[in-house]
Design a protein around this ligand. Structure first.
Ligand SMILES: [Zn+2]
Length: 64
């Protein structure tokens, strides 16, 4: 359950989402929220939709 008391806003450029093809071992990619908004679920060259794996955020320089 999302809660405004537990989540805080972070800039899009600090967010990266990792996607991987369910069929091709070496087919994976990082995408940011902007890319996802414009393109939706990324696809592999084999035609399959990539599976969402994880999200990572960059905190380096957050206070500057
Ligand atoms: Zn593939």
């Amino acid at each position: 359950m999302y809660s405004l008391t537990k989540y805080f806003e972070i800039a899009d450029h600090r967010v990266a989402m990792f996607w991987q093809c369910p069929h091709c071992e070496d087919s994976n990619a990082w995408y940011g929220p902007d890319w996802y908004q414009d393109n939706g679920t990324p696809a592999c060259e084999c035609g399959a939709d990539l599976d969402y794996i994880k999200t990572e955020i960059c905190l380096i320089g957050l206070d500057t």
